[in-house]
Design a protein around this ligand. Structure first.
Ligand SMILES: Nc1ncnc2c1ncn2[C@@H]1O[C@H](COP(=O)(O)OP(=O)(O)OP(=O)(O)O)[C@@H](O)[C@H]1O
Length: 225
């Protein structure tokens, strides 16, 4: 799977936020780092066209995001920083079922997939629990399960571990490391980058460094010193 940024520019409220990003992401796991406000989330959100570039384009596996946002969103699952904001139904089972709507599956087929997903993600014991009573770690697990149920080729995760304690951070790290999907991970948790193949450092809307995780992280540390 190739995620291609072709000279991507983006403005928020008339202010440039991305200033010409070009890169081909082909590795299994890619990290995106950079200081607050540098444009990481904005860049991640162009991948499934949550933000429309003002210039340039994003192409995912040959599909131009601006021309076929639905097609791109079938390929790309997106995890937001606050998992709770991504949960739309009252209970775990209902929320997972909801994520399968619109795919043309029968009720029985949906139920079977939801049961399998809950078993796989260790959520079965919480099937009928109100989602808002789940811990942040469980909500993050649920949000990921909902995304994976739609069988995307790519998972874009925007600071998915921000709210997690150390134990849940480790569990999330394991889940991300085991993903068969291509992963684009925006994070301030630098230890998560030990598991990735390539890191992009974003600074002021541009790619300031791109390459081996250890080298790019060292550059970032120097930049922030
Ligand atoms: N919807 C919006 N409207 C106006 N400005 C925005 C909007 N979203 C983001 N921005 C601005 O764009 C810039 C880049 O924001 P972005 O969220 O992409 O940065 P980030 O690198 O992900 O930051 P952080 O590490 O704090 O999450 C910031 O200056 C931010 O204030």
């Amino acid at each position: 799977m190739t995620i291609r940024f072709e000279d991507v520019h983006l403005e928020h409220a008339g202010r440039p936020v991305l200033r010409g990003i070009s890169a081909d992401l082909t590795e299994h796991r890619i990290g995106i780092i950079g200081e607050n406000g540098s444009g990481k989330s904005s860049l991640a959100r162009t991948i499934n066209h949550l933000h429309a570039p003002s210039r340039g384009r994003v192409v995912v596996d040959g599909v131009v995001a601006a021309q076929d946002p639905k097609g791109v969103r079938r390929k790309v699952g997106f995890l937001f920083p606050d998992a709770a904001a991504q949960i739309v139904m009252p209970t775990v089972r209902e929320d997972l079922d909801f994520s399968l709507r619109g795919l043309g599956l029968s009720r029985d087929e949906r139920a079977a997939r939801v049961e399998a997903s809950m078993a796989e993600q260790g959520l079965s014991a919480h099937a009928d629990h109100p989602c808002h009573l789940l811990s942040s770690g469980q909500q993050q697990q649920l949000a990921l399960a909902a995304v994976l149920l739609r069988e995307p080729d790519v998972v874009v995760a925007d600071e998915p571990t921000t709210l997690l304690d150390l134990r849940n951070l480790r569990a999330a790290r394991r889940r991300f490391a085991e993903l068969r999907q291509q992963l684009v991970l925006v994070t301030h948790h630098l230890e998560l980058l030990e598991d990735v193949d390539r890191v992009l450092l974003v600074a002021d809307g541009r790619i300031a460094a791109d390459g081996e995780p250890a080298e790019v992280v060292a550059r970032y540390r120097r930049m922030m010193a």
